[in-house]
Design a binder for this molecule. Structure first.
Ligand code: 3SL
Length: 234
């Protein structure tokens, strides 16, 4: 049986070999959810970039460019990181450049893996099916918040590990803790996530509706995959 391991912060990724493994990058609020929305609305590719400056270069080349820092759109960009921004006509067929506080950084850090895929509650079942079919060791990478642990990504890592426990060996204490936390929160996930520091940030910004949207399960069946520096959908 292959193994599942959970990395609770991007800072901890350096302790783990990525070789021959599939990394699931998780930033439930909101980067990986928004990426899933963009593909569900017909985006052709997404390039995750590190900085707003780099993102601006893609905008100049004609990409749709999205930049978020601290939950807010960056000056000079009409799109930040709300999933609702990716539900418009112009997304269909578009090439998108995206930079976010944590999620796109976690994607960059994972590049050495055999495969990097993008997970959220929105495409949870598709991710599980993909991982079973790939039959390789898996790392669930929580993007966290500025290298700190966060509740929402850990909960989704727990949801995945729980769903895959009969197919994989749960190989570390972080995965066991994530499963236990998910089982504790699962009867009322929305309410539990409202305890999180990110939910408090969203309240201040008046964007709580993004939380409700991102916690929906299995509304999309696509798996975004990193290939040659771009995300595409399979
Ligand atoms: O950090 C990120 O990548 C973002 O998802 C943060 S936010 O949800 O846009 O605030």
């Amino acid at each position: 049986m292959q193994k599942i391991q959970t990395v609770l912060s991007p800072l901890l990724l350096q302790l783990t070999s990525l070789e021959e493994k599939v990394v699931v990058v998780i930033d439930v609020l909101r980067a990986t959810s928004s990426i899933c929305v963009a593909f569900a609305h017909g985006a052709s590719k997404i390039i995750p970039v590190a900085t707003p400056e780099e993102c601006m270069q893609y905008k100049i080349q004609g990409f749709i460019a999205a930049a978020e820092r601290d939950g807010k759109p960056v000056d000079g960009f009409s799109i930040g990181n709300s999933p609702f921004s990716y539900m418009t006509e112009e997304i269909n067929g578009a090439s998108i450049a995206m930079t976010t506080t944590n999620g796109t950084q976690a994607i960059q850090l994972s590049k050495a893996a055999h495969r990097v895929i993008i997970g959220s509650f929105l495409n949870k079942k598709a991710i599980c099916d993909y991982l079973i079919q790939e039959n390789r060791d898996v790392i669930l990478l929580c993007s966290g918040w500025k290298n700190n642990f966060n509740l929402e990504d850990t909960l989704f890592a727990g949801a995945l590990a729980d769903a895959l426990a009969s197919e994989f060996i749960i190989a570390d204490d972080a995965s066991i803790a994530a499963i236990d936390l998910y089982r504790l929160a699962e009867p009322n996930l929305n309410e539990y996530i409202l305890k999180s520091s990110h939910a408090h940030r969203f309240k201040v910004l008046g964007i709580e509706k993004d939380i409700r949207f991102c916690l929906q399960q299995n509304i999309y069946n696509k798996v975004p995959v990193l290939k040659d520096g771009f995300l595409i959908s399979v």
